[in-house]
Design a protein around this ligand. Structure first.
Ligand code: PHB
Length: 402
């Protein structure tokens, strides 16, 4: 039976960054991905968030994976909050000692990570669906189906589950606890051939509901509307979406409608699985934790997990030190809960709730934020990721402690 040191299940940002870093150290890595390369790179259903924290940008650049991101990504030095009919800009460099963020679609990052991995001569086993994990206590063995429909096995010294929010492997952690929260609303998202509402993102709080105005390029807008969780996409013809976006922007800006490239509905939820490991098995990325998109943290958390696990495997294989692998869960939970906190904060701060009391509190909070440099600093520090990817921003350059 074939054997590798680290078997990685899932070729999203988490699995691919880890594969790059481990293969770069000369470790034997296998990446198994259930979907095809075309699906991962092009499927319109895969349009995901597009904000890289300052630390995430540093990690990718230091790993030699950021060439296209640095050219085509858009550096943003602030965001706008819109409420009470006015725009309030948060100046990130001023509030965070010079930090900014990068707007770059997750899908583009995945394209880059796949291309560069293959160019380095490594393999990604697309259309290899993992259907089981055997002998976890002794010799973890991945059971997978090949594109030809055969069932085969791969023995791994370690297995990493980076298989996304619908993770099959999550259930491999005996006694794992799933801490979660759902919200009574969803996001109706559009990608459109249209000019973005502004040069930076606008997070708009409006009595009719929250709206977010983002972008993928100066000619592609990415906008979202808060809608009830039971809403149906069929009830939202394009014209209604544009009209509603503009109503929620009244008095602060307006968007010009353009052809839609994509339309989707995403319920908001928060989830943390703990522990994130068992024996020789580790979970990372969306398989281990979900954040509502309001804080733009999902892809960044995936990259944090990858750097942390990389450092732990490196200590294990190069210094024979199992300590960092054993400490993976408590270490990861620090950045995970920080991002959960911020995503929850942004979600409750910006979405209009049904309960008028809750809404009164929310609006008081928002107005306070508009006037308080302290609260603005809290938001900006979290948005640029000082305590998430910022914790790892220099580590790819630094030697591992033995
Ligand atoms: C996006 O550009 O898709 C985006 C930006 C910020 C968010 C969520 C999504 O908070």
């Amino acid at each position: 039976m074939p054997r590798v040191q680290v078997g990685i299940v899932g070729a999203g940002p988490a699995g691919l960054l880890l594969a790059h870093l481990l293969a770069g150290e000369g470790l034997e890595v296998a990446v198994l991905e259930a979907r095809s390369r075309e699906y991962l790179e092009q499927s319109p259903h895969r349009i995901r968030a597009g904000v890289l924290e300052w630390g995430s940008k540093e990690i990718l650049a230091q790993a030699g994976l950021g060439d296209r991101m640095l050219v085509q990504g858009l550096e943003h030095r602030g965001v706008y909050l819109a409420f009470d009919g006015a725009l309030h800009r948060l100046d990130f460099p001023a509030l965070t000692e010079g930090r900014s963020i990068w707007v770059y679609g997750q899908q583009y990052l995945v394209q880059d990570l796949i291309r560069l991995y293959l160019e380095k001569g490594h393999a990604i086993h697309f259309e290899h669906e993992v259907v089981g994990l055997e002998a976890l206590e002794a010799e973890p063995t991945l059971v997978y189906r090949t594109p030809q429909g055969q069932t085969e096995r791969l023995v791994c010294e370690f297995v990493v589950g980076a298989d996304g929010s619908h993770s099959l492997l999550r259930s491999q952690i005996p006694g794992a606890q799933v801490h979660q929260k759902t919200y009574p609303f969803a996001w109706l998202g559009i990608l459109a051939q249209a000019r973005p509402a502004a040069e930076e993102l606008i997070y708009a709080s409006h009595p009719r509901g929250f709206a977010l105005f983002s972008m993928r390029s100066p000619s592609i807008a990415r906008n979202y509307l808060q809608v009830p969780v039971e809403e149906r996409l069929e009830d939202w013809p394009d014209a209604r979406i544009w009209e509603e976006l503009n109503r929620r922007l009244e008095g602060v800006a307006q968007v010009e409608p353009g052809p839609l490239l994509e339309k989707s509905l995403t319920p908001l939820r928060s989830m943390v699985v703990t522990p994130m490991q068992h024996g020789r098995f580790f979970l990372m990325g969306d398989a281990a934790h979900i954040v509502p998109p309001t804080g733009a943290k999902g892809m960044n958390l995936a990259l944090c997990d990858a750097v942390l696990l990389y450092r732990a495997f490196k200590a294990y294989y190069q210094q024979k030190d199992p300590g960092p692998l054993e400490a993976y869960t408590p270490e990861a939970l620090r950045h995970v809960w920080q991002a959960e906190l911020f995503s929850y904060f942004m979600t409750t701060l910006l979405h209009t709730p049904a309960d008028p009391f809750d809404d009164g509190l929310r609006q008081a909070h928002l107005r306070h934020l508009g006037q308080s440099p302290h609260l603005q600093r809290f938001l900006a520090e979290n948005y640029v990721g000082l305590h998430t990817s910022g914790r790892y921003a220099g580590v790819l350059r630094a030697p591992v402690r033995g």
